[in-house]
Design a protein around this ligand. Structure first.
Ligand code: UD1
Ligand code: MG
Length: 435
């Protein structure tokens, strides 16, 4: 069969009940570094061009989560094990691919290359049943890979392991690559009597009897480990955090006390940047070189230019752009705003739906009043302005270039270029202080 015309179907098993996870949200929707476990799985699958079809198996209760994502899953009923899931879909649907990749939705795949290599090796060696294996320090709970005479003999589940098998730390990742021939034996899997479930792993011994070619490939890249409990999720999350941060540090980002810093996928940081302890960088954050992000800042889905100073205790919310040389100080919140070069917003301010021109200084406690109870309204402040402390700028409003707004003013009307604007009650000093 010519390699390029080969049809490969991926099947993602996600019909389990996540009993050990104890969460109302299915475990595959829990995220690591801002991305759902399921999406690590699907993105890895989608990155393999040879895969031309994806089938997802769900239970009926969780069908809605897939429909929301525009995916129409195959419903497994009853929930009778990983082998049961495959039996049901093959008996119900006319799947006629040359090969099938089986993955588990509770198993994030961090390094997409692994999947590609695994598939390529399996196809080129004409293997009918390939298992992706992985060495782990604590194999408890995983299916153990039993090798005899250097060949894969079987996979034994935790419950069925004898004392020696329990010590094996080469485990089944749950990822299989199966030829049409291998899968045609699916109905020969018998119920595991202890758990009253059909195990996909039992297909190995059946394929042995049928003299099909069987092999295992060991993953030596980032771990592929299924998550059954919240603690296991936490372990994997910790590993991945370290991986993301180590990568940044190798690229020249100074992260001080990295164990206190949280970073998500999609964060791009240039060299020379310093991240102080206890900083959170979520989703798509881009930070230009030599910027410093000081402690306790929470920065999300935005871009920060070069040589900026952010925080301590700054919050920058989605769709904000902080240009070069800007300073955003303590207890300042910026939302969906464009902050131009050299702007200073040093203390206790809220700037939302605003556009602030170059080198403008926003005094302490300044608020852009961007919400009238119904709509979000915008504010534009020009270049080189001075906004005095505790000004309330009531949107929609425009302040021109080089304008000066006196402290404590409530600005409801536009201010033109170079104007001085003051709106506050005149101070009265009364002679005799009332006693
Ligand atoms: C499974 C493997 C084990 C492997 C481990 C890797 C079997 C019998 N065991 O164990 O060898 O080391 O994964 O993480 O395959 N699912 C269904 N329908 C079902 C049951 C499960 O779709 O009826 C799905 C689950 O949603 C889950 C996956 O299959 O995504 C694995 O099920 P799980 O119960 O987590 O199996 P493990 O005990 O982790
Ligand atoms: Mg599992």
């Amino acid at each position: 069969l010519f390699y390029y015309f080969m049809k490969i179907c991926a099947i993602v098993l996600s019909a389990g009940r996540s009993k050990r996870f104890k969460s109302s949200l299915p475990k595959y929707l829990h995220s690591i570094a801002g991305k759902a476990i399921l999406d690590y799985n699907l993105d890895a699958i989608r990155s393999v061009k040879k895969i031309n079809k994806i089938e997802i198996i769900s239970n009926k209760e969780n069908k809605k989560f897939f429909i929301e994502k525009g995916i129409s899953p195959f419903i497994q009923n009853p929930i009778n094990g990983t082998g049961g899931a495959l039996k049901q879909i093959f008996n119900a649907k006319k799947l006629n691919s040359d090969y099938y990749l089986v993955t588990l939705s509770d198993t994030p795949i961090f390094d997409y290359k692994i999947l590609r290599n695994f598939i390529n090796k399996s196809i080129s060696s004409k293997t009918d049943l390939s298992v992706l294996s992985q060495e782990v320090s604590n194999p408890h709970g995983y299916g153990r890979i039993v090798i005899k005479d250097k060949k894969l003999k079987s996979i034994v589940e935790e419950n069925d392991c004898d004392i020696d098998q329990k010590k094996i730390n080469l485990i089944n990742t749950g990822i299989f690559f199966l030829s049409k021939k291998a899968i045609s034996n699916i109905n020969l899997i018998k119920k595991n009597l202890k758990k009253s479930e059909f195990y996909i792993t039992d297909l190995i011994e059946i394929c042995h009897q049928k003299k099909l070619k069987i092999d295992t490939y060991q993953n030596r890249s980032l771990p592929i480990q299924g998550v059954n409990t919240i603690l296991e999720l936490q372990d994997l999350d910790k590993f991945y955090q370290n991986f993301l941060k180590q990568k940044l540090m190798n690229e020249g980002v100074r992260i001080i006390h990295p164990e206190t810093v949280y970073i998500e996928n999609g964060v791009n940081i240039s060299e020379g940047v310093i991240i102080e302890p206890n900083v959170v960088l979520k989703s798509n954050v881009n930070i230009g070189r030599d910027t410093i992000i000081k402690s306790f800042s929470y920065i999300e889905d935005c871009s920060v230019g070069i040589n900026c100073q952010i925080g301590p205790f700054a919050r920058i919310r989605p769709e904000s752009k902080i240009s070069n040389y800007a300073k955003i100080g303590n207890f300042v919140e910026i939302k969906k705003s464009s902050i131009s070069e050299g702007v200073k917003i040093n203390h206790l301010s809220y700037v939302g739906d605003a556009n602030i021109g170059k080198n403008t200084n926003i005094g302490a406690g300044t608020i852009t009043c961007n919400y009238d109870g119904k709509n979000k309204l915008s504010t534009k402040i020009g270049n080189n302005c001075f906004i005095g402390s505790n000004a309330s700028i009531v949107a929609p409003v425009k302040i021109g270039n080089s304008a000066y707004v006196a402290a404590g003013s409530v600005i409801t009307k536009n201010v033109k270029n170079n104007q001085f604007s003051i709106s506050r009650i005149k101070q009265k000093n009364i002679k005799n202080r009332i006693k």
